[in-house]
Design a binder for this molecule. Sequence first.
Ligand SMILES: O=C(O)CCC(=O)C(=O)O
Length: 324
Amino acid sequence: MPSLCPMQAFHTCLPLNPVINVSPIQVSEFVKTTDANSLAEARESWEKDGYAILHKTIDFAVIDSVASHIKQHLPDRTTSGKGTSFDEGSTRITDAWIDVPQIRNLAEHPAVLKFIRQLTGRDAMPFQTLSFKYGTQQPAHSDIMHFGTVPQGLMVAAWVALEDIHPDSGPVLYYPGSNKLPVAYLEDLGVPDGGGNPESYFRYETALEQQILPGLEVRPALLKKGETFLWSANLFHGGSTINDTRLTRLSQVTHYYLEGAERYWVPRASNIRRGRIAERGGPWHCVDNCSSICDDPYYAQLYWHAYSLYCGKEKAKRNERDEN
Ligand SMILES: O=C(O)CCC(=O)C(=O)O
């Protein structure tokens, strides 16, 4: 694959504010798996507004098994006050899919993978799960800040409701159409010194809140149990205020890379202008030696997990194609 942007020259060849360009939906294939109304609705909201909803395709047995794991492994809220009452570390489980088969089943659910392929024209590789018992109240952001790719925008998230989402439980908020705004990196928002220091991400959130979000329409994602809310990489979203702290908001979000990227990086930890780019390593090209990220046991575990998933599958897929 030709290199679009060598890492050593990243800061000079990566345009700030590049245009996101993913392939259009494959209509005929999509029609086979869903009805005409859902097709029209999903196409329209994905192309126009950067999100789409997959209605009632996931079996409740799958949903309930994930919900029961989350209920068991995250603590109950201990106060009746407003907002999160436990420390940050216990509000979510990150990457439970590595060890918990039911969470992995949902992350790799064929209906979700197919939905993504049909909307973007690309295969999706899950690389991170987050499991929630309660709302997050997380300030609005674009996932591109966390999961950059070259070419830009080859990432999506699928947020699955594990119960009917109550309006007072802190539903996800999203800003329809914000995916079409130019990508706003730290530098674009005037955050001094780029990423890599603890203050920069907080400054990013504040800058968005003050400079960009006030002019945008915002909606809550009030999903029914078993529905999936898919958002594109640059769609602004976050967690809304929890009005009733007795309510749970059982949910799983899975982050996926789309096939076709040749670099993975972390804009929130990078300083583009100075050429300090934080790479996000992974076995995305099935190279069987893990780079220095594997010095950290946590990343090593993630790396080899994904390696066995994708590199095994990659080979199987090629064989299947060769046979046909
Ligand atoms: O579930 C939420 O409240 C927010 C999740 C989120 O922002 C994300 O996964 O990027």
